[in-house]
Design a protein around this ligand. Structure first.
Ligand code: NAP
Length: 238
């Protein structure tokens, strides 16, 4: 059921991990109308099961963010779903990584694909969804980044190719904020979370990260704008 008070969300990469759990948590509130994008809706059984539960509204759409034409085409589908409403939150969550690689041995060919998913796709998403974001109340774009992107957070030489893409995503966010300071545009660090990408070695469970993400995203402050913000609502250094 939809009401006038609902905030609208478009989240990429909702088949599993943080995207799936974020969708589940947002659905706990009737205030949220969520468009969850996945590249294989027929295989996203855990996500599809959520359509039967929760107080909010969930619509699942197909979107492979590696396909630029599909991103562009998706706007018409999302417009039709939203009607005369704008898009309050665009969450660029989908991402990939190579194995835990190091700079002098990482696979250079495969890196191009990682860069396309982690940087080029969020850039295009923001461009084509800008009119819908502008039409909304919250006007928020969230690029899901990582503390691995930060020069100010200590880390070692591993995850090299992935870390570089997330640092590029942070700079994209900075540039987007400089061009459109009237919008709310942030990078989000979810913490190191136990997912397929984060592995079971991660410090945090989804239960420890995602409620904080929801709390943070729904209470963003002017000082967060253009910054790297984490799941505890702390601003991290670049
Ligand atoms: N987990 C962590 O510790 C951690 C830490 C810092 C940042 N992050 C960031 O948090 C976000 C979510 O990570 P996660 O841990 O949930 O990862 P994950 O468990 O590996 O899930 C990745 C999600 O992205 C989707 N995806 C990948 N490529 C896609 C594409 N081309 N089109 C559409 N969807 C695509 C996957 O869909 P399929 O099922 O179709 O593959 C999946 O739903 C990412 O941006 C990641 O970089 C994670």
């Amino acid at each position: 059921m939809t009401t006038d008070r609902q905030y609208t969300w478009l989240i990429t990469g909702c088949s599993r991990g943080i995207g799936l759990d974020l969708t589940k948590r947002l659905l706990e509130s009737s205030e949220n109308f969520i468009i969850a994008a996945v590249r294989n809706p027929e295989k996203a059984t855990a996500l599809q099961a959520l359509t039967l539960s929760g107080k909010g509204t969930l619509i699942v759409i197909k979107l492979d963010v590696d396909n630029a034409d599909a991103i562009i085409r998706s706007v018409e589908e999302v417009k039709a779903i939203l009607g005369d409403r704008g898009l309050d939150y665009l969450i660029n969550n989908a991402a990939v990584n190579q194995e835990i690689d190091k700079p002098f041995t990482m696979k250079i060919d495969g890196w191009t694909n990682v860069f396309r998913t982690n940087v080029v796709a969020p850039a295009l998403m923001a461009q084509v969804y800008l009119p819908l974001v502008e039409r909304s109340t919250k006007k928020t774009i969230v690029n899901v980044s990582s503390s691995l992107a930060s020069f100010g957070v200590a880390h070692d030489e591993r995850w090299a190719s992935y870390s570089v893409t997330k640092a590029a995503l942070d700079m994209l966010t900075h540039k987007q904020h400089k061009e459109r300071p009237d919008l709310m545009i942030i990078c989000l660090n979810p913490g190191w979370v136990k997912t397929d990408m984060g592995t079971q070695d991660a410090f945090l469970t989804l239960d420890e990260s995602v409620p904080g993400i929801v709390q943070t995203l729904t209470s963003l402050r002017p000082e967060d704008n253009g910054r790297l913000v984490d799941y505890r609502h702390e601003i991290l250094p670049w």
